[in-house]
Design a protein around this ligand. Structure first.
Ligand code: AMP
Ligand code: MN
Ligand code: MN
Length: 329
């Protein structure tokens, strides 16, 4: 059993005793964040406990097929009185945005996550870094809570599993991951549909942005990266689109050991997405710059111009590559 029965029991008891639960996830949410949030919503619905699902900037159209997508709201409502907070896929309380800041003094918090960099900020912490997605942590929890996995819950859970494993292709996928995926399909989740919508489909605008970024690709001392300034991004009308897919592409460049995309999302605020393949570990770079994540997929935010951020990041990443290469020799 990957989760202690005592933890599953405690989480279940706290939920059953709650009047109104607030569920939050990390800013700039991905499929695992939305999947986790709506999966917990599905379980709370089944348990007949009132709930609110809140994340900064609300739902992403890509995931609008998710059950309870219409229940995901932008930010929390501080006037409402929540008596339990559940955070999912939230590596750190600083990453939970205003949805969490509004209620951060309100205990208790159940912190359900899979980031090795999670500082266990909850009252109850269920953090399993060996699992590839928060949704997989949730599945194991639901089974031990005795939840009946219906088609809606299955669709949410499988969405997070598919997106965080890039369609079951990351090094942390285990036989158990595929066993769970199989059970979720049997429960009514449509794997090809989820893979198409959550992973494969890209708006033309994203490729337009990638083309521009790849045009300025840099490769020095085993570190490969691309960057887009705020002006370049707005010129293409691409302010909102993510570059996680582009980071993954760069992370698979055979000759490189670490890869990054830098996006100046607001003037002077540069979001960095980092990737690598085992045995290298980019979380060391992210943590050194105030971020976090997983060994092979991490991120951080640098407050500087895109030029300054590139210089700082390249220096930090190249030093980490030298150190890690030496340690492996
Ligand atoms: P991304 O490159 O945005 O797909 O993120 C890769 C992984 O790093 C995800 O698991 C994120 O949750 C995590 N991550 C990204 N940015 C940060 C940050 N600033 N602090 C902590 N974790 C982050
Ligand atoms: Mn996530
Ligand atoms: Mn995740």
């Amino acid at each position: 059993m990957v989760i202690k029965q005592t933890i599953a029991d405690e989480i279940k008891e706290r939920i059953m005793a709650a009047r109104h639960v607030l569920v939050v996830t990390h800013v700039n949410p991905d499929g695992d964040a939305f999947g986790s949030m709506t999966a917990v919503g599905g379980v709370l619905k089944q348990m007949e406990v009132d709930f609110t699902l809140a994340v900064d900037k609300g739902m992403d159209a890509r995931f609008s097929y998710l059950p309870l997508a219409d229940r995901v709201r932008d930010g929390s409502n501080p006037r409402e009185e929540y008596d339990l907070l559940i955070t999912v896929d939230g590596s750190h309380y600083d990453r939970l945005g205003y949805s969490y800041a509004d209620v951060r003094d309100m205990p208790p918090v159940i912190n359900i996550d899979h980031h090795g960099t999670n500082p266990n900020f909850g009252t109850v912490n269920l953090v399993l870094p060996q699992l590839p997605s928060a949704c997989e942590v949730l599945y194991e929890l639901f089974v031990q809570m005795g939840v009946e996995i219906n088609a809606e819950i299955a669709t949410s859970v499988l969405t997070g599993m598919v997106t965080d494993t890039l369609g079951f292709r990351t090094p942390n996928v285990k036989p158990r991951t595929l066993e769970i995926a199989s059970a979720l399909m049997a429960a009514g989740a449509d794997l090809p549909f989820i893979t198409m919508h959550a992973l494969n489909l890209q708006p033309f605008a994203s490729l337009d942005l990638w083309r521009m970024m790849l045009g300025n690709m840099q490769f020095e001392d085993d570190f490969i990266w691309v960057a887009a300034s705020y002006d370049e991004r707005t010129r293409l009308g691409n302010e909102g689109s993510g570059s996680g897919g582009l980071s993954s592409l760069l992370g698979n460049v055979k000759e490189a050991k670490m890869a990054a995309t830098l996006s100046e999302v607001e003037p002077g605020i540069v979001r960095v997405s980092l990737r690598c393949r085992p045995p290298f570990d980019v979380s060391e770079v992210a943590v050194a710059l105030g971020g976090g994540g997983h060994p092979q997929a991490s991120g951080c935010t640098i407050h500087d111009t895109v030029e300054g951020a590139q210089q700082l990041l390249a220096e930090t990443a190249k030093a980490a590559i030298r150190r890690q290469t030496a340690a492996l020799a």
